[in-house]
Design a binder for this molecule. Structure first.
Ligand SMILES: Nc1ncnc2c1ncn2[C@@H]1O[C@H](COP(=O)(O)OP(=O)(O)OP(=O)(O)O)[C@@H](O)[C@H]1O
Ligand SMILES: Cc1cn([C@H]2C[C@H](O)[C@@H](COP(=O)(O)O)O2)c(=O)[nH]c1=O
Length: 224
């Protein structure tokens, strides 16, 4: 596998999509062969599953069904889009990946991080990002950003109580501590340009073969 796989995580409105877009432009300008994609979605079948999972009418959806649907969408996306790109030596920027399932379904939904990892292990079959950027933000601020951002549909997960979104953030904190060698934490409450500079520095350092510790001086190591 010659390419690089980066994932971008965080609660609603943390700035993942914005950062992935800016990073894609920067890397392309610097001559890298880069592909941006998202989960759930990215390919036809996974986009169809996304439409089911996020449909606001499906209020009866069971937590395990939800977790399995995310894992199924991930499997299809991985095989059809991510793996071929990595095999072709491309850089893959993925807006959410397995950590979303661990934080949302495993921790916030209460299914258990280990249980949700098990079904995802089956789905991802060993493929994991080289580096994950976690944008840490108070969900109140993130949800407010989304409310102001007119183009974005309000989906079934957005409609969860604030306590759910707070648990999502706590879930990410647990993952960031547990997988400290893979996950870089960036304080996403700061101005967009500051967040982007730190994000780009982390990704470029990884591409240059430096370890997380070499560029993480300004990142947050003080999670609760
Ligand atoms: N650091 C920032 N400061 C202020 N506003 C920001 C910042 N980063 C992003 N935004 C704005 O917040 C809104 C949400 O950003 P974005 O869509 O990138 O978040 P997201 O994490 O992808 O959200 P979601 O996962 O819920 O779709 C956008 O209007 C974006 O311009
Ligand atoms: C991959 C994944 C996503 N989710 C949740 C997180 C968001 O609420 C939505 C996706 O919407 P976005 O605007 O594209 O961020 O789905 C999840 O709960 N579990 C997952 O594995």
């Amino acid at each position: 596998m010659n390419g690089y796989f980066f994932s971008f995580e965080g609660p609603e409105g943390a700035g993942k999509t914005t950062m992935v877009g800016k990073l894609e432009s920067l890397l392309r300008k610097r001559g890298f062969d880069v592909m941006a994609t998202r989960e759930p979605g990215g390919v036809r079948i996974a986009e169809a599953i996304r439409a089911i999972i996020l449909n606001r009418d499906y209020t009866e959806m069971d937590g395990r069904t939800e977790a399995l649907l995310y894992a199924a969408a991930r499997r299809q996306h991985l095989l059809e889009k991510i793996v071929p790109a990595l095999e072709a030596g491309r850089i893959v920027l993925c807006d959410r990946f397995v950590d979303s399932s661990l934080a949302y379904q495993g921790f916030a939904r209460g299914l258990g991080i280990e249980e949700v990892w098990k079904i995802n292990e089956f789905a991802i079959d060993g493929y994991m990002p080289s580096l994950t950027i976690y944008f840490d933000l108070d969900p109140k601020i993130g949800l407010e950003r989304i409310r102001k951002h007119t183009g974005r549909e309000v989906n079934r997960l957005d409609l969860e109580a604030l306590s759910f979104h707070t648990k999502v953030r706590e879930g990410y904190w647990k993952l960031a501590k547990r997988f400290a060698d893979r996950i870089v934490v960036i304080d996403a409450s700061r101005p967009l340009d500051v967040v982007f500079d730190e994000t780009a520095a982390a990704v470029l350092a990884c591409l240059e073969g430096r370890s997380k510790r070499d560029f993480h001086e300004s990142g947050r190591d003080d999670l609760p």
